[in-house]
Each structure stands twice: as structure tokens, then as C-alpha cells.
Design a protein around this ligand. Sequence first.
Ligand SMILES: CC(C)(COP(=O)(O)OP(=O)(O)OC[C@H]1O[C@@H](n2cnc3c(N)ncnc32)[C@H](O)[C@@H]1OP(=O)(O)O)[C@@H](O)C(=O)NCCC(=O)NCCS
Length: 181
Amino acid sequence: MDDDRRSDEKVSDVTRISPLSEADRDELLAFETDNRAYFARSVPDRGDAYFTAFDERLEHLLVLQEAGTDLFFVVRDEAGAVVGRVNLMDIENGSAELGYRIAETAAGRGHARAALRLILTEAARAGVQVVRAKTTADNVASQRVLECCGFHRVSGEPAQVEGHGGRLQEAVHYERRLAGQ
Ligand SMILES: CC(C)(COP(=O)(O)OP(=O)(O)OC[C@H]1O[C@@H](n2cnc3c(N)ncnc32)[C@H](O)[C@@H]1OP(=O)(O)O)[C@@H](O)C(=O)NCCC(=O)NCCS
């Protein structure tokens, strides 16, 4: 194991994920700031308040993580740079909701796919049996990532979700059932 690698990291060929920690704060803020406009082309913008209250928000996420209702991971490339985030939220009764985002400069290198596969292993380990995800009908990249990782489309509510520009768009729902570990 490399000296700079954390003991709780999960590693694939070029992608590592590690549980969100306070030490990630500066890199995470830079990641969100640098990619704000890029992400806003696919998903709702986080809004100015997210950035001004970044520390409070991070603290809140760490409390949720500690409670075990959510698992937040930072995605790093082979050089250790933060290239994304992948999260499992609202873990309850064996089900959880998936979220992910990868930096513009790291797009198309398989990080999302690898990070999803890694988090699915963690989900199974945490006793999650069904992972749910939703995206908008126009977010082809997101749908492709989910399909690459064994998710299949299901009917679901709501029929519309907020997409880029804060506009309501047709929602596409997915789920993936996990074998217990
Ligand atoms: C969606 C997102 C996570 C993809 O990340 P990524 O690391 O570039 O994706 P990967 O390199 O792992 O690609 C996985 C698959 O999706 C495909 N894909 C990636 N971007 C794509 C695009 N813009 N259009 C079509 N397919 C795309 C890849 O070709 C690959 O499929 P393949 O193996 O058949 O070639 C990234 O674009 C992103 O963060 N977007 C903004 C935030 C967002 O939409 N998050 C999801 C919210 S539901």
C-alpha cells in the first residue's frame, strides 16, 4: 500500500474512495467551487449559501455519517487528487439513495463507474439490499453510469425532479439489488 494511502480507502485500478473526513475540507471546497458551473449544466446549482456555510454543512454530513444513516465518500484518482464524490443517503430498512459527481477535468476516465462499484460493495457491507438512484431524462451520462453498474430502470415517484437551471424535468428512476455480504 502506498504511504499516502489511507487505511480505510477502497481502491480500483485508477480510482479510490475514502469516507468523508474533516481533513478533506479544503480539497472538497475547491472541488465544488471549481466544478460549480460544470455541475450546474446537469444538476441543480447548489446555490451561494452552500459555499458560505460550507463548514456547517460538512459538520452536519459528518454527524449523519457517524450516525450511520448516510455514507459519504471522496473519490480520488491514482495520484490522490480529489476528482469526485459518491454518497449513499437515507440508509433505512435495507434501502439507500445514491448520489455522485465527478470533476470536469476527470470526466470520461471511468471514475464514476469505478466509484459506484466500490460504494456498492460498501453498501452491501452496511446491510443495504436495494440502492435507488434518480436522474433526469436528459442526463445521459448519469444514466449510462448507472446502467454500467447494473442498475435497471424502474417506475417511481416523483415523475419530475429539479434539473439543471432549477427547472422541473422528467425523472428517471433506477435501482440495483445487492446480495448480502
Ligand atoms: C455523470 C458523471 C458522474 C459521469 O462521470 P464520469 O467519471 O465521466 O463517467 P465514467 O467515465 O465512469 O463513464 C461511465 C460510462 O458513462 C459514459 N458517459 C460518461 N459521460 C458521458 C456523456 N457525457 N454522455 C454519454 N455517455 C457518457 C461513459 O462512456 C461510460 O460508458 P462506457 O463504459 O459504455 O463507455 C459526471 O458526468 C458528472 O459528475 N456529471 C455532473 C453531475 C451529475 O450529473 N451527477 C449525477 C446526478 S444523478
